[in-house]
Design a protein around this ligand. Sequence first.
Ligand code: ME8
Length: 657
Amino acid sequence: MRDDRTFYITTPIYYVNGLPHIGHAYTTIAADVASRYMRLKGHRVRFLTGTDEHGQKVMEKATARGMSPKEHCDDMVVHWKAMWEKLDIRYDHFIRTTDPSHMSAVQSVLTRLWDEGLIYKAEYTGWYSVREEIFVTDKDVESGAWDKADLQQITESNYFFRMGSYQRQLIDAIEARPDFIQPSSRRNEVLGFLRKDLDDLCISRPKARMSWGIELPFDPDFVTYVWFDALLNYLTGVGYPDGDWETWWPASYHLVGKDILTTHSVYWSTMLMALGLPLAGTLYAHGWWKSADGEKMSKSLGNTIDVGLLADEFGVDATRFFFLREIGFGADGTFSYQGFMTRYNADLANDLGNMVHRGLSMTSNWLGGVVPPRTGAGPDEAALDALATQTLQAFDEAMGGLQFHKALEALWELVKAGNKYIDTQAPWALNKAGDTQRLTTVLRAVLEIAYLAATLLQPFMPSKAAELLEKLGRTEDQAVARCCEAVEAGAVTLNALPEGGAITVGEALFPRFREMPERVAALFATEEAVVKAPKVKEPKKKKTPKAPAPPAEISYEDFAKVALKVGEVKAAERHPSADRLLVLQVDIGEEKPRQIVAGIAAKFAPQALIGRRVVVVANLAPAQLRGVESQGMLLAAGGAEVIDLVGVDAPVGEPVR
Ligand code: ME8
């Protein structure tokens, strides 16, 4: 049975319409590090990842490759698994949605919900491309991937899950548990989304148009639709409904990118409610890795970074370390090769590598290459002991909340203190002066810091940690036992190495990069070109002039100069550098949605605006608002503080007079 020492963590199951890139690697490395740490602490751990193989996108890709969908999936899965092996990902189970056990479990869920009247048949209306004979999601239309002129709205029968009937229950559940959706800003977005009426969820496609799915047990002419199939993997992957799934459910963490938070927090949670099962522990929505030009990296934009290349050139462990150290888990980050190399050289080659190398080589040169006794520890060593305990506590607390960068930051405080300690104690002077007692005490303390670092770094950098442990004459098992003990006690003293144990200096753990590795150099040059490209010049900051008070009277001609149009908000996100502003994509019936920057962030969560009808000033000259172009303006009520947006119930693109 599940208890508080059970830890079940999942990644999204990834689409096999492309190869893994750094975005996928990021989530998967995070889940791997979290699960390795929990294993280290002696918890019973289950780490699930896998592939999402049904649906339109995969079918299209297979067709383009002249393969059957299953052949294509079998081929792709080999690449995904190979990448996880390369990155030292130690999952417990890899689920594929084409696994027969998953497919039959999905069918049994469908049967149950159908029997209970929670699934019904109705007509569905959506965007359809006649030329390509496919349905296009609103998301694809919003992203500009499809031109509305090529699409038409069609209606067909489909099956629906009564998701809407769980709206109140879901809001209550989210409000009752602040830790359910993390980070908390994302929780507010979901609650904002739930202020609008929640629709039922279309879960099927007629086989005649899209056969690559799981057949509905109550209607063989239909297959189930991507999310309904995919989300259930979190249960079927631990043996639902006939296996020992109760050992694991509810999951401790579902890690997802912020792009799929709604599907997890709303679709998945309501599905669980319908099944009468507890919701997951925490849905953790992390941020996006963006390319140097600020775009989200994605398969469809083709701007991804080859994570295999990074691992080949800088090392697997340095790659794992970089992603979790560079940004907070939840924030967006911009990837650059320059940033990668700078981080590598500073943290790994300089701080950690240097401390380790100095400690080992001085011990080897002056103390016969064995761990010296800790005699004569004084106030400086007591201060290091105190810092080590503080580090351990901060590390453990941060890891418990998946704050990987904070955990590493805490550890680096200790590593930096170790380097500073070497500088101030100057063991070379102690050696020269023949002060063996101080010399042994000092070098022992340095080796102990290296040992603690290796112990805590095991989840992040398994191979490098093992290499360092070997240099210190310790095994991984010994380090694990030490870690368990220390975490349990909540304290650590720097005297865990057995006196007299042999150490070895060997090769540098992290050789310094003086220039970009050859295979990365060309990519780096392209990145530099992007970064150095002349930016659109922003006018010098001057105080925004106050808009003059409107005159008492204007002519009709003056009023007629303003083109007002009905628009619909298709996408909304926070401005990258101004808290007050939101960046909206608003469809006003033109070829592409308009990007409008609006000072309404204090009033509206971005998600809450999606689908809202608004009135847009369509012929306002474009302006840069804190570096983001705004191509129009929304009409809103209120003065400095917006009270509400002006909305109308009229078709998109209609003029407002
Ligand atoms: O959405 N930055 O699969 P997917 C950070 N099959 N993370 C990123 C990223 C980026 N630029 N790009 C991708 C699907 N990711 C569904 C999931 S789950 C039941 C079904 C990561 O292949 C991130 O975790 O499009 C994101 O949520 C996921 O890959 C999307 O993977």
